[in-house]
Design a protein around this ligand. Structure first.
Ligand code: FAD
Ligand code: MLT
Ligand code: ZN
Length: 573
């Protein structure tokens, strides 16, 4: 690494900045960006600039290199990285007892399924079942003896119709990357995996509307759209494994929500199969359609408890040519907050991600993930921010980002920072942010909370949690600050009831007091089915129960999840 000392006023720094090249997200130049580059850093040293009144009082470093693009695939971890085969952590999940009204699988059932799906679509091999029974965190484990792999909506309909008539419980499964124990059986539920339903049905190059089957892996859709000059409106670290049907069913948020909004906005239509096999064709491709109740919204975020999503129609934004990424440091949480409001004001329409991680998250990534380098190695910082801008005019975007960074330095909000100058740097910055869940898994047991809170209150719960736990566990915070979404993780060597009792119900009560949500984006699954009242009123939960009963009277769809069992199982015979 080369450092060059600069003795300049802020005017000089502006000049210096305007000479820097930004990396540019042109997907056609993906392969060009793959060679590794040495990183040059320009450092503006604090003492050198202090004598000027209105110049930067802190220093910022900029990585320098040539402008090349970043492929979606390099921003995330690949599918295999999600599978942690070597660990088996004891579960701390409280398991509700099996509902005796559900039937047990019989030989006749297996024969029936084989008739519909053929031998290949009926999975009974132990190894495959072991994978499908275990969640990504290896915290929840079911004991299903059967996984069905339909290849069409018609097959899904036939399976569900049969399961409903036999009162066989089922769990819909996508990429099995869910983090709340929703995607795996609790007992012996039949796993219905839509992985084989992975065709792209149509793409309209003018409107950007994509219609595809639910089993399409998010990353494959990203790659497909890239060739068409479009992007997916959502992006998350699990993109290599998660499926669009799973994304819709969890209403996944991710890294781009700040720019493109939630799936309630971008999903235009769905095809869903109800518990009794009825196929609901709501697969519209219209931006506007006010004919009656918009029922697709019921299924977005319903975590497989109301129906199986088989097809999705989604509005995709055009791929823009100029993408910039900055990795920045702040000394305190208040500065992170102020930086966010400044970024919204000053970057405006080009802001496409605003993510944060605290020093504990950074330390964890540096310790547990291979090949990770601290982009700001000169000193430790309390908070790190990843800001992405996406726009259509390179010079304009660059000017905006530079002006924003300069004013943030001058006002003392930023203490350090780097701007990625090529695809490798950009992907290494994303790897730090997106690698945190994987690093946490490598560190041992994880108690994972996903809270929506007013941004000004967000870090208070982290501080309070640290105080409560002392040295018993490592409290790690990161998340989608731009969306008011905190990922509060407590990392310990192993699961321990005494640690859990320090965390819960405190974390839920605290969130409820702030009128926050105990699940911002991961859903309730099994983990929080009985905690819904912390975020929803009794009347609301009752109405949810009534809807569940209407759509799934036998309660066969993903039982024990989402709603408290007292509600979802009442009246089930
Ligand atoms: P699964 O895990 O298989 O299932 C999730 C739920 O949806 C289950 O309740 C299941 O029953 C149901 N389901 C799945 N497919 C269907 C279907 N076709 N029809 C009906 N129900 C179905 N989440 C975020 O929101 N933002 C993030 O940034 C994010 N980052 C992550 C990073 C990592 C490393 C990991 C491991 C997870 C992350 N997640 C994130 C959580 C997870 O990836 C998302 O919830 C994702 O949307 C789940 O998709 P999936 O296909 O894996 O679904
Ligand atoms: C993330 O933002 O990294 C995901 O939601 C996963 C997590 O919370 O660990
Ligand atoms: Zn997240």
């Amino acid at each position: 690494m080369t450092y060059r000392r600069l003795k300049h006023s802020s005017r000089n720094l502006v000049d210096q900045l305007s000479n820097l090249k930004f990396f540019n997200s042109s997907r056609s130049s993906i392969s060009a960006g793959l060679q590794s580059r040495s990183i040059q850093t320009f450092e503006l040293v604090k003492e050198d600039v202090c004598y000027h009144k209105h110049i930067v009082s802190r220093h910022i470093c900029f990585l320098k290199g040539s402008g090349i693009g970043i492929p979606a695939s390099l921003r995330g971890v690949q599918s295999n990285a999600f599978r942690i085969h070597s660990r088996n952590l004891a579960s701390v999940a409280t398991v509700p007892s099996r509902n005796p009204s559900f039937a047990m699988i019989s030989c006749d059932d297996i024969s029936y399924f084989k008739k519909i799906l053929g031998e290949k679509g009926v999975v009974q091999e132990e190894l495959k079942l072991d994978d499908a029974n275990t969640d990504w965190m290896r915290k929840y484990k079911g004991s299903s003896k059967l996984m069905l792999q339909p290849r069409s909506t018609h097959e899904v309909s036939e399976i569900l119709n049969y399961c409903n008539s036999r009162c066989l419980a089922v769990v819909p499964q996508g990429g099995n990357t869910g983090l709340v124990g929703g995607s795996v059986p609790v007992h012996d539920e039949v796993i219905i995996s839509v992985s084989s339903m992975n065709n792209i049905i149509s793409f309209d190059k003018v409107s950007g509307i994509l219609v595809c089957e639910a089993g399409c892996i998010l990353e494959n859709l990203i790659t497909f759209l890239d060739n068409e000059g479009y992007i997916m409106p959502l992006d998350l670290g699990a993109k290599g494994s998660c499926q669009i049907g799973g994304n819709v069913s969890t209403n996944a948020g991710g890294l781009r929500l700040i720019r493109y909004g939630s799936l309630h906005g971008s999903v235009l239509g769905l095809e869903v199969v109800l518990a009794n096999g009825t196929v609901l064709d709501m697969l519209g491709t219209l931006r506007k359609d006010n004919t009656g109740y918009d029922l697709k919204h019921l299924f977005i975020g319903s975590e497989g408890s109301l129906g199986i999503v088989t097809k999705v129609s989604i509005l995709t934004p055009p791929k823009l040519s100029s993408v910039n990424l900055a990795f920045l440091a702040c000394e305190d949480y208040v500065s992170c907050q102020k930086l966010l409001s400044e970024a919204k004001r000053k970057l405006g329409e080009i802001l496409s991600a605003f993510e944060f991680l605290d020093v504990s998250a950074m330390d964890l990534v540096l310790k547990h993930l291979d090949g990770i380098r601290d982009p700001l190695p000169s000193s430790k910082h309390n908070f790190y921010i990843v800001i992405e801008t996406t726009g259509s005019m390179e010079s304009h975007d660059k000017e905006k980002l530079e002006a924003f960074l300069l004013s943030s330095m001058e006002s003392g909000l930023l203490t350090d920072g780097v701007i990625a100058q090529d695809i490798n740097q950009a992907s290494s910055f994303w790897r730090i942010r997106e690698g945190i869940p994987e690093a946490l898994m490598k560190a041992g047991a994880v108690y994972k909370y996903d809270l929506s809170l007013p941004p000004e209150k967000m870090y208070d719960v982290v501080d309070e949690m640290r105080e409560r736990l002392g040295t018993a566990a490592n409290v790690v915070a990161y998340g989608h600050l731009g969306d008011g979404n905190l990922h509060l993780n407590i990392s310990a060597r192993e699961y321990d009831d005494s640690i859990l009792s320090q965390i819960e119900p405190f974390v839920y009560e605290w969130t409820s007091k702030q009128r926050g949500s105990i699940s911002a984006e991961h859903g309730l699954g099994l983990m929080k089915a009985n905690k819904i009242h912390y975020s929803k009123s009794a009347e609301t939960v009752q109405l949810m129960g009534a809807m569940k009963k209407l759509l799934d009277p036998n309660g066969i769809l993903n039982p024990y999840k989402v709603l408290p069992t007292s509600i979802s199982q009442s009246g089930v015979n």
